[in-house]
Design a protein. Structure first.
Lengths: 358, 850
């Protein structure tokens, strides 16, 4: 069956695709950073428990903050999923249906992980030896969720494999035959460990700056996690590169050149990030790390465009302009962000004022 | 059409969306109202300087945070997931139209998270007024989320001008936007009270428990007044046809409408009760019960709203089959399998018919109907149908079930779908054509030279249909008739009607050991008659639709003057069981006990009667008690449709566009029954029901026209989806009384000549006297049927059940199969040849169709 015949006809988009692509990349970047921090922290907490640390300042900090991380990861996952549906709905709806059972199971897995995160937080003191299985289960659930997301994105950009639906229409398909799937997934997961380490370093660095002398070893440990995981990720990234279809990574086309350049810059930026981390310089390592992630997110978008190029390009999407609704959103976005900033500052000020009161 | 279908079978029919959405909607309304509850409860604690109350508010805030964040926000994402899995095409329209409404909602969702975390984390760490400000921000953001989602949800029910202008604002501020917003806002406040009651009921401090329970009860009672007002406004804002659909035309909505109305006073009464100080156990039980009732309450409301949208997923834009309304005509012409992207079988063949039917089911049905699951299970709903019955049902399903969309595909696709469901899923099949066993009849002797009498007998009914299940339903009671005329032969024959007695006796016994059915015929001027002979042929393999009776004429000394044999056609093989079930595999079509019960059930559902209860109470429901029927001289209720108009008017909607096979669905005319009532010369030359009676639409419309003009509103409703096949418009359809205004021989055989047409259009007999069965020859004494036999069996008839059966008298008196006296055989009665056409014009000639 001709895969092109299976691709649904897309609906019209309300503004030029560039706007939607911009918000997709921006919000996805934020989502990935948060997701990495959440999953990486859970993973490192698990390893800490495995190493015999049933109670450490780090696992206590993870337990205290993991629910926030889940909440913001989910929230920042909603926006890119929305923009991805607008731009690639006719691909992602199909892949979601093909793996529907797994896709829908994400909701149950997420609720379980989120609920366990609160158990970890509020029952941390009581759990004792139970912290290890709880942290383990949270990590496992989040790893499965991440794998299912990676699978969906793999299947979405692989229409040539869609016709397997006709033999198995029950929503039980995965795209395990995709040579990119495993390195892609591992790339994200190792990145999570790196960012988890960086988050640990940042958290304790702040404590250290506030005068907590016991925070210093944790800063170093966080930096080590970041540096080692990033180095490992270079190897995984190479595996990913090798698994890419031939002709994607090229300098002979503008798209190929952009993809190659963003990948190269990302890798190049990772080098100083590792160096700063090993030197214990948390903030420079953070900025370089975030820059590398941003470039990788950009490369990811370009790779998707290249993989879908035989079937579709964003410029083909019909536009039925509705800029007034876009303006409406921009207003709320700016006002909302301003309100959040004000609210945080207001809270900090108010708490400080209360604490300062005799 | 555009997307693959997740083949869920038992979990299909939208089960997952119900499971996720009903729960999420409850929590998400709590997330709105609960925000205000926290702020006002905190303010109360502050004003009353009550630290215990403040502790309660803090604990409730934690409960609120955990529930709304963990379950509420993730199930919100779950709704998105499940929408796109089950209705990707509709989700795509919503996402592409309202992407920036949703994006704005995401901003408010972010504000909610930040505000709620800050609010909970800073309890006791901020000055109270400032802390409450965070709560107010949370509530404002949550309410704005409601505002934005309300616009999208309302669009699906009342898209307003959007289908025409595709404008974001037309769709967002749709006709139900404002009333729905107020409705949901007040509902959110009530739900906040319900959750508050639950946490308050578990407070250990009895004083505080009482105070907070009363506080929460006020959250039920105060918004309730506004809630009811906004509900009325909401209803009034719906287009009139939508209101009619939800509250009148959709029986499936009644449980939810009733549930909603029933829960309302329960909430009020419980709220009032809780104002009093109740024992702690009772208060807790009541709080939990109310929480559950709240879930039911909002569940009923969402079912009503979702149900009211049917048969659309986005009203007036996209059907629940994911077919755009504007594409429906094209898809119907080109076919679903040709239009859909995700199908394997583009053409239907004998080899793939069931598999293609499955694909059609996935595309057109699975979104609403599970296969063997809890959501509108298709196996259960279609259990009574045979494939052809279901095919007919699908062809008209939108007429009486307004929640159903019109079938989207071609007739061939419809048949494949029906086959898959009825045969593939339910194992039902249509009755196979019956192999008939030839029935032989002993014909009494007649000596043309010596016999002094000719006894002519006939059945005025071409076929008496019997449909009756004692103790349940009587649709067509038994009641065959016979007519006979005794002619004393001679050059001038005489009709004998005095000094003789005619009797009849059916062959065989009367069934179940009873004696043979027999009796006397009564002289009425020139003809001997008997009516209401209780023949019940049954539907079993041994059923005989052509029982024969010997008729004897005896003088006053009981000497036999003449005898003849006549057939009394009677059949119980009516097609009710094709759609109403009851027939087992291999059974003939008919009215079985289960069939009758199903008919009553459907009648109750569609007409708001309680006939099933009557039958279950032991009474036989007689159709003619309400519906007049000239056949059995029943007056019925003059305000209701007569039986023929009701039955034909209803069922014609499922048989549109068909020829004589439409008649064969119910009447015993097809080769799947033994009776095969069309057996005369007209059938032999290839004519069928439609030639004389018109297509089923015309046949029904004539009956309905009569009733409509008599001011019966139901007639207009039944006519709404019927289009005349022979007349130009509805007004041109001639009104018709059943059993009185009928087609007649002379409509084609004008002046007894060879016909110039084989089709009767809008021509009917004027009155009962004009009916073929009541008319006589030019002498005014000899009945047409005496020489030609009854309608549908006129000589030379060829009955498939026995070549002799419908020509017994021609064989007896003439040794051939022709009308009495045909081919100038006047000697049968006159004993000599005749020169004058004294019976009717054109009678002295060679028979044309011998």
């Amino acid at each position: 069956m001709d895969p092109a015949a299976l691709i649904p006809i897309p609906d019209a988009i309300p503004v030029a695709w560039g706007w939607l692509q911009f918000f997709l990349l921006l919000t996805f970047f934020l989502h990935i950073v948060l997701m990495n921090a959440m999953l990486g922290a859970a993973f490192i907490a698990l390893v800490t428990h495995l190493r015999g640390g049933h109670a450490s300042p780090y696992t206590a900090a993870v337990a205290g903050n993991l629910p926030f991380a889940v909440a913001f990861t989910v929230n920042f996952g909603v926006a890119p999923l929305l923009f991805a549906q607008v731009l690639y709905g006719h691909f992602i709806y199909v892949s979601s249906i093909l793996m529907a059972v797994f896709w829908l199971s994400i909701i149950a897995l997420l609720i379980s992980a989120y609920a366990l995160a609160y158990v970890y937080k509020y029952q941390y003191a009581r759990l004792g030896n139970g912290r290890l299985p709880v942290a383990g289960l949270i990590t496992l659930l989040l790893l499965i969720v991440a794998f299912l997301f990676a699978s969906n994105l793999s299947l979405m950009q692989d229409p040539a494999r869609w016709s397997r639906y006709f033999d198995r229409p029950q929503g039980m398909l995965l795209n395990l035959a995709d040579p990119m799937l495993l390195p892609r997934y591992l790339h994200f997961m190792v990145s999570s460990v790196a960012v988890g380490g960086l988050t640990m370093a940042l958290f304790f660095d702040r404590k250290h700056r506030k005068g907590d002398p016991s925070a210093s070893p944790w800063v170093k440990q966080g930096c080590r996690w970041f540096a080692h995981a990033t180095l490992l990720n270079v190897a995984v990234g190479l595996w990913f590169l090798v698994a890419l279809p031939k002709g994607v990574l090229t300098v002979s086309t503008t798209a190929g050149l952009l993809l190659t350049a963003s990948l190269a810059c990302g890798v190049l930026l990772a080098a100083p990030a590792v160096a700063f981390a090993l030197a214990g310089r948390v903030m420079p390592a953070t900025w370089c790390g975030l820059g590398a992630i941003a470039l990788m997110i950009l490369a990811r978008g370009l790779l998707r465009a290249a993989l879908l190029a035989p079937w579709f390009s964003l410029s083909q999407l019909p536009v039925r302009a509705s800029y007034s609704s876009f303006t409406f959103f921009l207003f709320f976005l700016v006002a909302g962000l301003a309100l959040i900033v004000w609210m945080v500052r207001f809270t900090l000020r108010s708490c400080a004022a209360r604490e300062a009161r005799p | 059409m555009n997307y693959p279908v997740w083949q869920l079978d038992a979990f299909g029919g939208g089960l997952w969306i119900v499971l996720i959405a009903v729960f999420h909607v409850y929590i998400s309304h709590f997330a709105v109202g609960g925000g205000l509850f926290l702020v006002l409860a905190e303010r109360k604690a502050q004003r009353e300087n009550d630290p215990a109350m403040l502790d309660y508010v803090r604990a409730h805030a934690r409960f609120f945070l955990l529930l709304t964040m963990v379950a509420g926000s993730i199930t919100g994402v779950g709704i998105w997931f499940i929408m796109s899995l089950l209705n990707p095409a509709a989700t795509s329209i919503l996402v592409h139209t309202f992407v920036f409404a949703w994006a704005s909602e995401w901003v408010f969702f972010l504000i909610e998270i930040v505000a709620l975390f800050l609010y909970y984390a800073t309890f006791g760490r901020m000055e109270s007024g400032r802390h409450q400000a965070l709560g107010w921000i949370y509530f404002g953001a949550a309410w704005m989320s409601l505002v934005l989602i309300n616009g999208v949800i309302g669009f699906m029910l009342t898209p307003g001008a959007w289908p025409k202008d595709a404008n974001f604002w037309s769709g967002f501020f749709n006709p139900s936007f404002w009333p729905s917003l107020f409705f949901r806002t007040f509902l959110a406040l009530i739900i906040a009270g319900l959750f508050g009651l639950t946490t308050a009921a578990w407070l250990k401090d009895a004083r505080l428990r009482t105070v907070m329970t009363r506080f929460c009860a006020r959250w039920l009672l105060l918004p309730f007044v506004f809630f009811v007002a906004s509900a009325a406004w909401y209803r009034a804002a719906l287009p009139a046809e939508l209101q009619e659909m939800i509250f009148a035309r959709m029986p499936s909505m009644r449980p939810y409408v009733n549930g909603f109305f029933l829960c309302s006073p329960v909430l009020v009464v419980a709220g009032l009760l809780l104002i009093f100080r109740l024992p702690v156990g009772l208060a807790r039980a009541l709080a939990l019960a109310l929480l559950l009732i709240g879930q039911l309450y909002i569940g009923c409301f969402e079912f009503i709203r979702e149900g009211g949208r049917r048969p659309y997923i986005i009203r007036e834009v996209m059907y629940s089959t994911s077919i755009l309304k504007k594409d429906a005509d094209r898809v119907r012409q080109e076919g679903v399998l040709s239009s859909a992207k995700w199908v394997r079988h583009r053409e239907i063949t004998d080899a793939n018919r069931l598999a293609a039917g499955r694909e059609l089911y996935n595309l057109l049905c699975l979104a609403c109907h599970a296969v063997g699951g809890p959501m509108r299970d298709i196996k259960q709903l279609t259990a009574p149908f045979t494939p052809s019955g279901l095919d007919a049902m699908i062809s008209g399903m939108e007429v009486f079930y307004p929640a159903m969309p019109p079938f989207a595909g071609t007739p061939e696709e419809r048949a494949a779908l029906a086959l898959y469901v009825a045969q593939g899923l339910n194992g039902r099949s249509d009755p196979a054509p019956v192999a008939l066993v030839e029935k032989k009849v002993e014909i009494p002797a007649f000596d043309p030279a010596a016999s002094p009498f000719v006894l002519l007998a006939w059945s005025p009914q071409s076929m008496r249909s019997v449909a009756e299940v004692k103790g349940v339903l009587s649709l067509l009671p038994p009641g065959n008739s016979l007519r006979a005329q005794l002619i004393k032969r001679g050059e001038t024959p005489e009709l004998v009607n005095q000094g003789v007695a005619l009797s009849y006796r059916f062959a065989g016994d009367g069934g179940a050991g009873k004696p043979a059915i027999s009796g006397e015929l009564t002289a009425e001027e020139d003809v001997f008659v008997v009516d209401n002979i209780p023949l019940r042929p049954g539907v079993g393999p041994s059923a005989d639709p052509y029982p024969t009776a010997i008729i004897e004429a005896r003088d006053e000394s009981d000497a036999l003057l003449a005898e003849t044999t006549v057939v009394a056609p009677v059949s119980a093989e009516i097609g009710c069981s094709a759609c109403h079930g009851g027939a087992g595999q291999g059974d003939r079509p008919g009215l079985y006990r289960e069939t009758a019960l199903h008919i009553l059930r459907v009648h109750d559902r569609l007409s708001g009667t309680s006939l099933l209860a009557e039958a279950q109470g032991g009474a036989t429901v007689r159709c003619q008690s309400c519906h007049a029927d000239a056949l059995v001289k029943a007056q019925g209720d003059p305000a209701r449709l007569n039986l023929s108009a009701a039955i034909h008017g209803f069922h014609a909607n499922y048989l549109r566009g068909k020829g004589a096979e439409a008649c064969g669905f119910c009447h015993p005319s097809s080769n799947t029954v033994v009776a095969r009532c069309l057996r005369d010369i007209h059938a032999a030359v290839g004519m069928d029901c439609v030639n004389c009676h018109g297509a089923v639409e015309d046949h029904a419309l004539g009956l309905l026209q009569q009733e409509r003009r008599a001011g019966k509103g139901q007639a207009a409703a039944l006519m709404a989806h019927l289009r005349p096949r022979s007349a130009g418009g509805l007004e041109e359809v001639a009104p018709r009384q059943p059993w009185i205004n009928q087609p007649d021989c002379l409509h084609c055989h004008v002046d007894f000549q060879a016909p110039e047409t084989d089709t009767v259009v809008n021509a009917r007999t004027n009155d009962e006297q004009g009916l073929y069965r009541n008319r006589t020859d030019d002498s005014g004494r000899l009945f047409c049927a005496a020489c030609h036999s009854g309608a549908h069996a006129v000589y030379p008839a060829d009955n498939p059940s026995g070549a002799q059966l419908d020509v017994l008298q021609p064989l007896q008196y003439q040794g051939n199969r022709l009308p009495l006296g045909a081919n100038r055989n006047c000697a049968v009665c006159h004993t000599v040849a005749m020169a004058d056409e004294m019976h009717h014009a054109n009678s002295l000639r060679a028979f044309r169709n011998e």
